[in-house]
Design a protein around this ligand. Structure first.
Ligand SMILES: Nc1ncnc2c1ncn2[C@@H]1O[C@H](COP(=O)(O)OP(=O)(O)O)[C@@H](O)[C@H]1O
Ligand SMILES: [Mg+2]
Length: 311
């Protein structure tokens, strides 16, 4: 097997929030609690988890917007969380990002063409080169030239998302990070965007990390799936295997529509113990006293964070 393009090792990260009220001071909210992930070139890793499980924080940490408290983020073998600013900027060009809302990357006052071209600005390219690059990415995303003169408010959600993707690939990245790329679209447009992403990946030899709360979206496009709960990856492996035979009880619930409808309690506490230990059908005594181990299954192909599989 080739070496991973992106390797995340024991990543921990927190936010600092004011205590508020009459009490002064701050407390830490841990968003990532020991995440380990390997992403191989040319593959799609789908990260699925409920709201607040740490999906956006994971992307923010890779982009350098959230500093790791512990652990490493290796891109092409380099720890990008420890590079100086200049070197980091160079590397990060190879990592494209499609934020959750197009409004986060597309300026409403700029024409669409200027928005798409904005990441090219610091490169000092000639006007012709810039035009050429814009033309190429707009064609790839099936955006008519006339769209380039429009403003964001004139476009539908699906079109805006295509613009956001065009903008994210204009620097020719190797890795594309996609945060809930279809969550604000209707079902038919969702499929259209996912198909475009799939084609684009083949055409450009891209690698994706796609995060979503929607298991259907992740199933549609992923080679491997990682399931997140409360800042931890509780199960990771080949997509078909996880979908066919989920091992972690939380994955089973995600895959069972009735289970999703039920309100499930996730202990988003500061402890390192299993976040579903209070209601898990497989729980053991140990689950309340010791953090769950990462157990390798299927010839090391799958990892499950659960005491049950140690026996
Ligand atoms: N800017 C922030 N300040 C404080 N806490 C935050 C902030 N952003 C996220 N969090 C907290 O971090 C955890 C993970 O959030 P997030 O990464 O946004 O999850 P997801 O994208 O899976 O919904 C949650 O507990 C959330 O409340
Ligand atoms: Mg999010």
């Amino acid at each position: 097997m080739s070496s991973p393009l992106l390797k995340i090792e024991n990543l921990h990260a927190f936010y600092t929030v004011p205590l508020g009220g009459l009490r002064y001071g701050y407390r830490k909210v841990w968003a990532l609690k020991g995440v380990n992930l390997d992403v191989f070139p040319g593959t799609t890793l789908g990260v699925v988890g409920g709201s607040g499980s740490g999906k956006t924080s994971l992307i923010r940490a890779i982009l350098g917007f959230l500093r790791p408290a512990k652990g490493r983020i290796l891109f092409r073998g380099m720890d990008i969380s420890k590079l100086d600013r200049r070197r980091r900027m160079e590397i990060v060009k190879e990592i494209g990002y499609v934020p959750q809302e197009p409004s986060q990357s597309i300026n409403p006052k700029m024409t669409i063409k200027d928005s798409i071209a904005e990441p090219l600005r610091p490169l000092g390219l000639s006007k012709e080169d810039i035009e050429k690059r814009i033309g190429v990415v707009m064609e790839m995303l099936d955006l008519d030239r006339s769209v380039g003169r429009m403003l964001a408010r004139e476009l539908s959600g699906g079109m805006l998302q295509r613009v956001a993707i065009a903008r994210a690939i204009i620097l020719k990245p190797r890795l594309l990070l996609l945060d809930e790329p279809t969550s604000f679209l209707d079902i038919s447009t969702q499929a259209q965007i996912l198909n475009i992403l799939r084609d684009l990946k083949e055409e450009l030899g891209l690698t994706y990390v796609l995060v979503s709360h929607d298991i259907d979206v992740v199933s549609y496009i992923s080679d491997r799936i990682a399931v997140m709960v409360s800042g931890k990856v509780v199960e990771e492996g080949v997509a078909e295997k996880i979908l066919r035979e989920p091992l972690h009880p939380y994955t089973s619930i995600l895959l069972n529509p009735e289970g999703v409808a039920r309100e499930i309690s996730i202990a988003n506490s500061e402890t390192d113990l299993c976040p579903i230990r209070s209601w898990c059908p497989l729980r053991m005594k140990k689950c309340s006293t010791e953090p769950p181990p990462a157990v390798k299954i299927d010839n090391e192909e799958r990892t499950v964070l659960c005491w049950h599989y140690t026996t």
